[in-house]
Design a protein around this ligand. Structure first.
Ligand code: 3PG
Length: 307
C-alpha cells in the first residue's frame, strides 16, 4: 500500500516522522509531497497511491480522476469543504476527517485574537478588557465548546447557539447560556466567535443584517472559514459601524480593501494558523495515519464523512 502525505502547508517534522512510523510499521510505504505550488504536482503524486492524507489541500473531481488506485482520503483536521465528497463517493473512495484533534489550538487562537483586537493589535492607545464581556459562540462543536470554556476562565459571560443542539442542559452543564436563534446570539454578544463549517447552507450566511444586530463596540472573530461571511456586506457594515471590528484567521478575498478602508479595525493572519501548533500537528497527523491503517486492516469507518 502506498500512502501519500500531500500538504501545501506542511506539518512539523515531528508529526511527519510520526506518520512515517505508523505507516511503515503497518508495512506500507509513505510518499511525501510538501509545499507544492501547482495542482499538477498533486495530481501526479496521486496517480499511484492507495491513500492520501491532506490538510486544506483540495481534492476535487480532477484529483479523484487522476488517482486511479485511491481508496481513502483523510483530511487531517476538522473541515472537509476542500474535498469533493460526491466525486469521491462516486468512485467508492472513503473520506474521513480527524475531529477534535486540532480544536484546542484553534480555540486558543480565537481567544488570543479577541485580546489582540481589544488591545488595538498591540499598538499604543487605550484598549479594553474581555473580562465581563458577553461572548457568543456560533456553533457549539469541538472548537466552540473550548472557546466557551476559555472565555469563562477569562471572566466572560458565555452564550451559545448551535442549530443541531436543542437541549439547554447540554450548555448549562458547561455554565454556558443557550440562545434560541442565531439572531439572538449576535444581538447579545460583544464578541462572536464563529465555528460553523462552510456548506451550501452556511456560505454567506453571516451577513449585514445579522452582524448589524451586534451591540456597540462589538468584535467578530472568525477562525472557521471565510466563505461563511458575506464579505461585501461585511465591508458595508464596517463602513457604517465605526465601532465594530473583524478579526479572521482566513484572509478575506477583499482583504486589501478592508485593510485600506478600516485599518486596525480589521485583522487577518497571513496564512491560516489555527491548527499551527506542534501539539495540533502531531494530534491530527498521527490520528490520520492511524485511521488509514485501521481502515485497511480492520475496515473501521468511524470517522467517515461520506457514508
Ligand atoms: C481544520 O479544518 O482542521 C482547520 O481549518 C485547520 O486547517 P489546516 O490543516 O489547513 O491548517
Amino acid at each position: 500500500m502506498k500512502i501519500l502525505l500531500a500538504t501545501e502547508k506542511p506539518f512539523a517534522k515531528k508529526a511527519v516522522d510520526g506518520i512515517r512510523e505508523i505507516v511503515e510499521n503497518a508495512g506500507y510505504e509513505l510518499k511525501l509531497l510538501e509545499k507544492y505550488t501547482e495542482k499538477s504536482e498533486l495530481r501526479e503524486a496521486l496517480a499511484d497511491v492507495d491513500a492520501v492524507i491532506i490538510r486544506s489541500d483540495k481534492i476535487k473531481a480532477e484529483e479523484v480522476e487522476a488517482a486511479k488506485n485511491l481508496k481513502i482520503v483523510v483530511r487531517a483536521g476538522a473541515g472537509y469543504d476542500n474535498v469533493d465528497l460526491e466525486a469521491c463517493s462516486a468512485r467508492g473512495i472513503v473520506v474521513m476527517n480527524t475531529p477534535g484533534q486540532n480544536s484546542n489550538a484553534v480555540a486558543e487562537l480565537a481567544i488570543g485574537m479577541m485580546i489582540f483586537m481589544a488591545r488595538n493589535q498591540y499598538t499604543p492607545g487605550t484598549g479594553s478588557e474581555i473580562n465581563g464581556k458577553k461572548l457568543g459562540i456560533h456553533a457549539y462543536g469541538n472548537v466552540g465548546r473550548l472557546v466557551g470554556k476559555y472565555g469563562k476562565a477569562m471572566g466572560m459571560d458565555v452564550y451559545a447557539y448551535d442549530p443541531f443542539i436543542t437541549d439547554a442542559a447540554y450548555f448549562e452543564a458547561d455554565g454556558v447560556k443557550k440562545v434560541d436563534s442565531v439572531e439572538e446570539l449576535y444581538a447579545t454578544s460583544d464578541y462572536v466567535s464563529i465555528h460553523i463549517p462552510a456548506t451550501e447552507q452556511t456560505k454567506n450566511s453571516i451577513n449585514y443584517a445579522l452582524l448589524n444586530r451586534m451591540p456597540k463596540g462589538a468584535t467578530i472573530v472568525n477562525t472557521a472559514r471565510k466563505e461563511v461571511v458575506n464579505e461585501a456586506e461585511l465591508a458595508q457594515l464596517l463602513a457604517e459601524r465605526e465601532d465594530m471590528k473583524y478579526a479572521t484567521d482566513i484572509a478575506p478575498a477583499i482583504l486589501d480593501e478592508l485593510k485600506e478602508k478600516f485599518g486596525k479595525r480589521v485583522f487577518s493572519t497571513p496564512k491560516k494558523m489555527g491548527a499551527e501548533t506542534m501539539e495540533a500537528n502531531i494530534n491530527a497527523a498521527l490520528a490520520a495515519a492511524r485511521q488509514i491503517v485501521d481502515y485497511f486492516v480492520n475496515g473501521n469507518t468511524r470517522f467517515q464523512v461520506n457514508k
